[in-house]
Design a binder for this molecule. Structure first.
Ligand code: ADP
Ligand code: MG
Length: 782
């Protein structure tokens, strides 16, 4: 670049064009990386058309200077934050065993430990003298040990102690913890925290938290005490101690990465304080302030990433605007066997307007199960095809891909004079003045069909390809992909989204989801997408009768299933959710399947579906069920997404209170796809308060959006959406009730992005690092 500058920007420094030279180096720096995510600064070095050779000397100079600036060595940061990436075993008190156990919680580095936040707190900040203790309340006393001994309480070896201060004595018992007796030395001063009861007119602490009072800070008593999510083998006291050691040793090297204007405008606590207060808060108010700061960070960084991607897709390279012939579209719509809902008409209009522009579309189409998203996608695909482009439709499973394939067949047959099928390819004659070929491409196609299809796609002889992940494999090369449609968004990561998109020269992108996302959250998680919503169901849709049943109603539920089977209808039975382990869940499903087929329905045909089965086996069972070869499908939650079985009329969900509302709604959407009255039965023995609230909500509400709002109210967005699966950074602290915070984060990200889209300004250096760290991690996890 210096050479080029010296030569007066005569384009003589390298052969073949300086811009290509730079582009090649950029891509070699990060082989196999989507560098727009891992290192957007590099991307800013790229020169968008016109080419360097075609530019004026002035423009050339501007760009060369920009590149030279971009290549400057980064200055070392003001704080050495590298130590935070060291293994957690460096923290005082963390030996091999604890390190391994922590790693099971995903805690590997010291930073991870600092960011391992408590689930809740015990408020032991109320300190009392012994005489002032009130029964039934959580309180703390500072007392001397008078006597401590091991005793049998019931069958349990336990500890009993008498302790006191100048105002009186109190008893304490620790059930099943005989070792405490040895640790309580007579005359030692200790703090006891917990709930106080009364026994034989004497006040008693039962299983209190305790610790010896010396000159060290209290960790387990006398204050707001953190309660961490635990895994087998880690004791609460251990975790508190090592977190505390991590805070003492390393919190000082945690850099404040938020630019101070942002912190000031939003009234945010500074980072080190926030992390400290998130673990050991003074009180609930400061804990809340800390959480607010940390939640802001998550949302803000998320939003920055999302904005960068949007810019990469839309602003840097132009796409291709389609000519949309209104009469072609209305011809198709009029030929459909039903009348579109006005919501469908509206979103088709929104999509067509996008497709007509040079800026590639990035749009999320959301609509409840059965709201008719496929027709909308079909219109968009036809628009691509009539413009001489190819279209792709990607679904998360083979069976869903096949379902789309046959839906497309039905829809296109309506407007086609003649159609024919040759293995995995349909040909429609006479649509919009030409033939259209639609191919199915899945992993399980015969090798011959697969390579033939690859060939046809490459030559542009196939117009629309419907498929699974098979679409984004390396062998698949499109002659001219103009539109990519992705169904059931949350099953695909952001990365697969861009993988499909990269198959074309900036194709338009339409993402479809049946999990309705409330607007604020959608804007944050998918701020890179514009949003269209189908908020209306086709007329005449039946209401699925939904009932919450108690275990004593199980016989009646089984009778309904049997009766429906007698009339040729089918049922789903969903097994309880076991979050800890897929293999346990699979085991439980196998057992339930055996019980049901052996004892309850020996005369009916049952199938089993769980997450531990091979994909091919799963697909085979789903096929059998869809084709009516099974009466009952016993399944874990894997059956959740999009499958259409018109004869299925009963959905029975076991331990329904364990599932989230959106998930229950998805289950319910599996039935009622045909004409006949359908039923959703939710079995639940002993639901928690939240569980009851969820069950009542799903009994009452039929609208997916209303349910999603409710769901978010009851759970956080991270949990709600499974951000882990979505290829986005984790949300640990953010909640949906934080609408205000969400909006603030969006606004601030917008301001910052406007000024410094590559995060290269000096004041944003630490922010840039945090940004890359977070997004790199989320890529590695996916
Ligand atoms: P989803 O949004 O869940 O993907 P689909 O696109 O699969 O829904 O549509 C569900 C069913 O409803 C399909 O059989 C489709 O042909 C039909 N359908 C779509 N739109 C309408 C409409 N406006 N009126 C009646 N039926 C419709
Ligand atoms: Mg669908």
């Amino acid at each position: 670049m210096n050479l080029e500058a010296k030569s007066g920007y005569a384009n003589r420094a390298v052969i073949g064009g300086l811009d290509k030279y730079v582009a090649r180096w950029v891509s070699q720096c990060l082989p196999g990386h989507d560098f727009s995510i891992s290192c957007p600064q590099l991307k800013t070095l790229l020169l968008s058309p016109p080419a360097y050779a075609e530019r004026s000397i002035d423009e050339r100079q501007k760009w060369v200077v920009l590149v030279l600036q971009g290549l400057k060595k980064p200055k070392p940061g003001p704080v050495a934050s590298g130590s935070l990436d060291k293994p957690v075993a460096d923290v005082k008190g963390v030996g091999q065993t604890i390190a391994i156990r922590l790693s099971r919680l995903g805690i590997v580095s010291i930073r991870d430990l600092l960011y391992f936040f408590p689930r809740r707190f015990m408020d032991f900040s109320l300190r009392r003298t012994v005489s002032a203790l009130e029964t039934g309340k959580e309180q703390t006393v500072f007392v001397d040990v008078w006597e401590a001994r091991q005793v049998m309480l019931g069958r349990m070896k336990s500890t009993e102690a008498v302790l006191g201060d100048e105002t009186g004595n109190v008893r304490a018992v620790w059930f099943n913890q005989p070792w405490v007796a040895k640790q309580l030395k007579v005359n030692a001063k200790v703090a006891l925290s917990g709930r106080v009861g009364e026994f034989n007119y004497m006040k008693v602490f039962e299983n209190p938290e305790w610790e010896v009072v010396d000159d060290k800070e209290l960790l387990h008593t006398g204050r707001m005490v953190p309660v961490y999510p635990l895994t087998g083998g880690l004791f609460p006291r251990q975790v508190r101690a090592v977190v505390r050691n991590a805070l003492d040793g390393y919190l000082g090297s945690l850099p404040e990465f938020l630019p101070s204007p942002v912190r000031q405008r939003c009234g945010l606590m500074d980072l080190q304080d926030a992390v400290m207060q998130a673990h050991y808060p003074l009180d609930y108010a400061s804990q809340n302030k800390a959480r607010r700061r940390l939640a802001f960070d998550e949302l803000f960084l998320l939003q920055l990433g999302v904005l960068s991607k949007k810019r990469d897709w839309q602003e840097e390279q132009p796409g291709r605007g389609f000519q949309i012939e209104q009469k072609d579209i209305s011809g198709f719509i009029e030929a459909l066997p039903f009348k579109l809902t006005s919501a469908q008409v509206r979103v088709i209009d929104e999509i067509c307007r996008d497709l007509g522009r040079d800026v590639p579309m990035s749009r999320l189409l959301q609509g409840d199960v059965g709201s008719g998203k496929t027709v909308v996608a079909t219109v968009a695909l036809l628009a691509a095809v009539t413009n001489g482009c190819q279209g792709a439709l990607m679904a998360p499973t083979e069976i869903l891909a096949e379902q789309h394939f046959s839906t497309l067949y039905r829809l296109l047959s309506a407007i086609s004079a003649v159609s024919s099928r040759e293995s995995n390819i349909y040909t429609f004659k006479g649509i919009m003045r030409r033939d259209i070929k639609v191919a199915l491409l899945t992993g399980s196609l015969a090798a011959g069909d697969k390579s033939r299809t690859h060939g046809l796609i490459r030559r542009g002889a196939v117009d629309i390809v419907v498929g699974t992940h098979a679409l984004v494999q390396r062998e698949v090369k499109f002659a001219g992909l103009g539109l990519a449609v992705i169904d059931e968004q949350h099953r695909f990561g952001v990365l697969q989204r861009s993988a499909l998109k990269q198959k074309g020269y900036n194709p338009h992108l339409l993402v479809m989801t049946a999990t309705p996302i409330p607007r604020t959250l959608a804007l944050t998680l998918f701020g890179d997408l514009d949003i269209s919503t189908i908020d209306e169901m086709p007329a005449g849709r039946q209401v699925i009768k939904t009932r919450w049943l108690k275990p004593e109603d199980r016989r009646r539920a089984y009778n309904l299933i049997r009766k429906q089977a007698g009339e040729g209808y089918q049922s789903f039975i969903i097994c309880p959710l076991i979050e800890e382990s897929e293999s346990l869940e699979a085991k439980a499903a196998v057992a339930e399947y055996k019980r049901l087929s052996g004892e309850v329905f020996p005369d009916l045909r049952l199938g089993l579906l769980h997450g531990r089965m091979k994909n091919a086996d799963k697909e085979a069972v789903m096929h059998a069920f869809r084709d009516g070869a099974l009466d009952i499908l016993v399944s874990t939650s894997v059956v959740e997404v999009g499958i259409d079985v018109p004869k299925a009329t009963v959905m029975l969900v076991e331990a329904a209170d364990q599932f989230g509302l959106s998930q229950l709604h998805q289950f319910r959407g599996r039935v009622g796809r045909g004409e006949s009255q359908s039923y959703c039965m939710l079995m639940s023995e002993n639901p928690s308060e939240y569980g009851q609230e969820r069950l009542r909500a799903i009994e009452e509400l039929t609208d997916g959006f209303a349910l999603a709002e409710k769901d978010l109210e009851l759970r956080g967005p991270g949990e709600f959406f499974g951000t882990r699966q979505s290829g986005l950074p984790d949300l640990k602290m953010a909640r949906l009730s934080d609408t205000h915070l969400l909006e603030m984060a969006r606004r601030e990200a917008g301001i910052l992005f406007e000024k410094d889209p590559g995060f290269i300004a000096a004041e944003n250096e630490l922010l840039a690092r945090e940004y890359h760290r977070i997004w790199r991690k989320s890529i590695e996890n996916n």
